[in-house]
Design a protein around this ligand. Sequence first.
Ligand code: C2O
Length: 343
Amino acid sequence: TPISSPDLSTCAQGTNLNTQQPLDVNCCPPFSDKIIDYKLPHAAHLRLRPAAHLATEEYIAKYEKATELMKALPDDDPRSFMQQANVHCAYCNLTYDQTGDPSEKLQIHNCWHFYPWHRWYLYFYERILGKLIDDPTFAIPFWNWDNPDGMAIPAMFVKENSPLNDERRSQTHLPPSPADLLYSSTAKTDPNIIIPTNLTEMYGEMVRNVSNVEDFYGAKYVVGTAPDPGPGTVERGSHTALHVWVGDPRSPAGEDMGNFYSTARDPIFYSLHANVDRLWSVWRGLRGSKPKEFKEADWLNASFVFYDENAQLVRVRVKDTLEDVKMGFSYQKVELPWLDKRP
Ligand code: C2O
């Protein structure tokens, strides 16, 4: 049976997955049982997500304004910045029972729902921001960390007093340090080593280490599966390394970016994930006639719930996430400098 949308009334205290202790924050969303089955609206205008390092001043001002308005919404508004951050916590930190098997918890990471779930999450986050500034074409920026020109934390996220900044970040990894996509406790510091190693890593995650669909997406996860059956290449590799690399070693457990419950409190989270999402689209484009997704109903029919830009609770399905353009967004075209980086 596919994973189906959680019953919000089962949301309970979660687990801090870095410490394995009970979570000391409540990240359950405001309750509602009025759920509408979401239909993708006809998109009159495409939202074109720009590379963050190429974004114009005008765009940055717009994004700052929208984020400021989101941060100013009342705390109990499901569209407020903190409630949006908590969406990630609730779907990750074992707060929900699996619908159909209360003995197992719901965790959308480290399994085949990683890409579709995050795509929906960004989708509503972007629509809420766009609504707040009354711009139906507003699109979130992506952090182009698979390109040497975009590997550092993009400048818009480190401006003083910007709503896009966050104090809880590693102070030794601020720009111009290029992100280390293989970051671990033994840190490399020489950009001349980090950059080529990153490109080889991306080639591995996107091409060399992917022989079948599951390698890329992650392992099967259905009702009754224990959390974390196994991540795909990008989730396991560059994606997780970046979370830890941005997170603040001075905070108790990797906060903000390096801990699941707090990661989406850092606005850069949404740009890290916009790039993960973009890489999903890129990967599909590279597949040619090879399968681009699972054909099993257990994947396609899985569902989640989110609050939309009108604060309406909606049920969404994995099968509606396959084409970004059908969802009304796309990505600025940039080069793929890792594509010829066979080790
Ligand atoms: Cu939901 Cu990058 O984790």
